[in-house]
Design a protein around this ligand. Structure first.
Ligand SMILES: *Cc1c(COP(=O)(O)O)cnc(C)c1O
Length: 432
């Protein structure tokens, strides 16, 4: 498709957009009386218009029923988390029994590592990407320490090659091969939060597991963004949050996946709570923990209903839109954004051209067939935070990472092609 850098063309793309009406289903933050150009759905997704009524329903039931709401509420709180399972499972490509929404992301990572990071004297190392999200780094470090290992020794990071930003697929596989006898766990993100690189989870999983290494993924930037097939890939465990691409509100309830092959293994160590014990005997308040056969075994506490209501509202919007349509639009948004930035580059002097940091499909970083997500990171060479500040002043909300990286995430549910065009005009003006 031959794109054009005109408002009329951007509006034409919007008119043809199958998901066009979904923008109206979200509250778009305002700047000087008009819609902000919001590109940080990868950090905090926007609020669906329906969220308020979903939460209000639970507030009303609490008002009316008090504790009896656990059973008498329209959506009984006792089993509320179950209404999130099917839609969440679909997004990660898991069976419903493999998925549960509970706690928060880093909490889930720790809980799952209790079960799936089982170091021995010979096999105790963890392979991960360099510059993983800090919370994940802290989790890995302290898990290693908890088992008596020094993080510097126990954690092996796969780095980009000198002068490169993303990690080559072959380097990940080579690292697995090199350390195969000492690795207890391979733990990567699905999409790196900084570069936007999508990792080849299927191949990483297969290559690690053939040496008996457990594989887990942090899908914070992947769920609701890229295609996932956790069950089919045989991934051992995964966790994600719901406030980024799932639009469930700040700090909302997170997700966890445990592959079916582990469900009957009752010898797995876990940190248990009453929400993980058999549902039929839970309220007998007995001493014996009877593990649920499924991801729900890892639940600790009764569910946070208000944030789950927000999560349900958001999942219903995604279901209504259809994830395949979202993926299709996402690819078109990305291609238009790339076109517009390339167009700006034609007027930039050497040393000030914008460079694409996010690696493309069918490259040494991302094998063919693995489609990118929404995120597009660019390096603003020769510029500093003043560019970011100027964008914000004009009503654009990107994300800035020192020293000069701008992360943009045009998301298919509520970003428009006109958003991209507006961004183009503003960026062009600021860089003339
Ligand atoms: C957003 C994000 C987190 C945040 O963790 P919380 O426990 O939700 O605060 C952790 N890891 C990754 C990879 C993230 O992208």
């Amino acid at each position: 498709m031959q794109h054009q850098n005109t408002l009329a063309y951007a509006q034409e793309l919007d008119n043809k957009d199958e998901l066009k009406s979904f923008r109206g289903k979200f509250h778009i933050p305002q700047h000087n009386g008009s819609d902000m150009v919001y590109f940080t759905g990868n950090s905090l997704g926007l609020q669906p218009v329906t969220t308020e009524s979903y939460i209000q329903q639970e507030l009303n039931d609490w008002k009316q029923f008090g504790v009896e709401g656990h059973f008498l509420a329209k959506n009984p709180w006792f089993s509320y988390h179950e209404i999130l399972t099917e839609q969440s499972a679909k997004l990660v490509g898991g069976l419903p029994s493999e998925v549960v929404m509970m706690n928060q992301l880093t909490v889930n990572l720790h809980l799952l590592m209790v079960s799936f990071y089982r170091p021995t004297k010979q096999r105790y190392k963890i392979l991960c990407e360099a510059k993983a999200f800090p919370s994940d780094q802290y989790a890995l470090q302290t898990q290693a320490q908890f088992h008596g290992f020094a993080p510097d020794d126990a954690i092996i990071e796969v780095e980009p090659r000198a002068g490169e930003y993303a990690i080559r697929s072959e380097d990940i596989l080579a690292a697995i091969e090199k350390h195969k006898d000492e690795l207890a766990l391979v733990m990567f993100s699905g999409v790196n939060y900084f570069t936007g690189q999508v990792f080849d989870m299927k191949t990483i999983t297969a290559n690690a597991q053939k040496h008996g290494i457990v594989v887990g993924f942090d899908l914070a930037h992947a769920t609701g963004n890229i295609d996932l097939h956790l069950h089919e890939w045989g991934v051992d465990f995964a966790c994600w949050c719901s406030y980024k691409y799932l639009n469930s509100g700040p700090g909302s309830v997170a997700g966890a996946f445990v592959h079916e092959k582990h469900h009957k293994n009752i010898s797995l160590p876990i940190f248990a709570g009453w929400w993980g014990t058999d549902k039929t005997s839970r309220f007998k308040m007995e001493k014996t923990f009877v593990p649920i056969h499924g991801a729900e075994r890892w639940q600790l506490s009764n569910a946070p209903i208000l944030s789950m209501a927000a999560c349900k509202a958001a999942l219903d919007v995604i279901t209504e839109a259809g994830f395949e349509k979202m993926r299709k639009k996402s690819a078109l948004l990305l291609s238009y954004l790339e076109f517009l930035v390339t167009e700006i580059n034609t007027t930039q002097p050497e040393g000030k051209k914008f460079e694409f940091l996010t690696p493309k499909e069918d490259s040494v970083y991302v094998p063919k067939g693995i489609q990118p997500g929404c995120q597009f990171s660019i390096i603003a060479h020769g510029r500093g935070k003043e560019l970011f500040n100027a964008l914000v002043k004009e009503g654009v909300v990107p994300d800035w990472r020192e020293p000069n990286v701008i992360r943009l995430a045009p998301v298919p549910l509520y970003n428009s092609f006109e958003d991209l065009y507006k961004f183009y005009v503003i960026l062009k003006e600021l860089t003339q």
